[in-house]
Design a protein around this ligand. Sequence first.
Ligand code: 2AM
Length: 179
Amino acid sequence: MPRLFVAIDLPEVVKESLVLMQNGLRGARWVARENLHLTVRFIGEVSAEEADEIHSVLGEVRAVPFIIKLGEIGLFSSGGKPRSVWISVQDRSSIDILKQHIDRSLLRLGINPEGRKYVPHVTLARFREKPSKLSDFMPRLGTGRSVPVRVEQFVLFSSFLAHAGAIYTPEVYYPLVAN
Ligand code: 2AM
């Protein structure tokens, strides 16, 4: 059963600039450079037949290329504990439009949108325990950074949960085409 999600893969130069932010926080489990990505839609575990159907409806999505800016730093917490730090998308309107197309395609297969609110983000680090210097780290990264990303395709990824962490594999690339 493949575990799938749809994401935007980031250009190497953008990954490089994000890697430069990954320091100075003891206890953080930094996301490896090759795993940095921006999820548009998490799908989850599906059968091989469903994966084929998903591929075919995603291939029918028509959307134009766009530019996003990665910006402020954010924090996800649960149960009162910080879980991850991430970089947000400053102007999310284009990514929301792409997500609507993808959600609609998946709905045709009976795959309902996730219940939780969509927050476009690139995870930089995850935590098992609260890192001691989190309150210093957040403002250091939160000021004035803006990394533009030209989005010319989206990608169907599989996620394999290995002992050492998740391994993400790009399965299919879907180009965005200008009108
Ligand atoms: P995260 O980086 O904040 O964990 C693969 O797991 C990708 O799907 C990650 O980018 C993850 O976000 C995202 N994702 C979104 N919803 C998810 C869910 N319900 N379970 C697991 N991952 C999810």
